[in-house]
Design a protein around this ligand. Structure first.
Ligand code: ADP
Ligand code: MG
Length: 247
């Protein structure tokens, strides 16, 4: 479904990603992991064509930039302007009306899709709330609803599990399982290393380069941990690489 070949990104001469190649298939929940600054957000943005890159990104055999509506993107929290005056409803609506703008009244079908997506993440009752006046978990659910409403085939999610409550986590995991059942592909970033990573079908471990690409049990070794996280290791406890927590 998605094929990334020899992708590299430079920011003003500094290499953020170096020669990354990977493929994603339908019905896969893939974790993109690595420490802060590893290039996870950059990789997602390059796939979306939001930063310039060398290499090739193909979606179903064609350049992805011509099929953007097939790809849903949930940005990292820190990249969203939470003071922007917009309601939860309109955050979701905007994903469906990129071209018709605000002057035309959206039709019934669009409203239904927005309503169904907000309901799926239990945010319909708070639909009129300004986005800045929701909790972190509720905000994340609104952005998940926005991705759902778009009816994409590929979902790119940047650190969706950061700073959320248990209810939001449970809803997100249910939604991910549903999407997989429907044949969708999910690429989900995380900078944490721990037991939770066993929820993924496959892990891509990066730190500028792709260091590992395999099932969680295979990727989560002490050796990979040190290769990827090196200096940023916060604690060490016992010999089990599944049980660490990191900054
Ligand atoms: P991650 O998401 O894994 O934490 P990022 O993709 O945000 O990593 O960043 C990778 C590297 O690129 C970091 O060293 C970061 O400082 C740098 N970087 C990210 N965005 C920019 C930018 N717009 N301009 C310059 N450097 C950037
Ligand atoms: Mg990031």
């Amino acid at each position: 479904m998605l094929e990334v070949s020899n992708l590299s990104v430079n920011y003003r001469g500094i290499r953020a990603l170096d020669n990354i190649s990977l493929t994603l298939s339908p019905r896969e929940l893939v974790g993109l992991i690595g420490p802060n600054g590893a290039g996870k957000s950059t990789l997602i943005k390059a796939i979306l064509g939001l930063v310039s890159f060398q290499g090739k990104v193909q979606f179903r055999g064609k350049p992805l930039r011509r099929q953007r509506q097939r790809v849903a993107y949930v940005p990292q929290r820190s990249q969203i302007d939470w003071d922007y005056p917009v309601t939860a409803w309109n955050v979701v609506m905007m994903a469906l009306t990129p071209s018709i703008g605000w002057l035309r009244e959206p039709d019934h079908r669009v409203k239904q899709a927005v309503s169904a997506a907000l309901d799926r993440v239990d945010m319909l009752p708070l639909r009129h709330r300004q986005i800045g006046q929701l909790s972190g978990g509720q905000q994340q659910r609104v952005f998940l609803a926005r991705a759902l409403a778009q009816q994409a085939d590929l979902f790119l999610m940047d650190e969706p599990f950061t700073g959320i409550d248990q209810k939001t986590e449970a809803i997100m995991l249910e939604v991910f399982a549903d999407l997989k059942r429907k044949g969708k592909t999910l690429l989900v970033c995380s900078h944490e290393w721990g037991q939770a990573l066993s929820r993924y079908d496959r892990l891509l471990l990066i730190n500028r380069q792709l260091l590992a690409n395999d099932r969680p049990q295979v990727v989560m070794t002490m050796e990979n941990l040190h290769r990827a996280y090196g200096q940023s290791l916060q604690t060490t406890m016992g010999g089990n690489a599944m049980g660490f927590s990191f900054c």
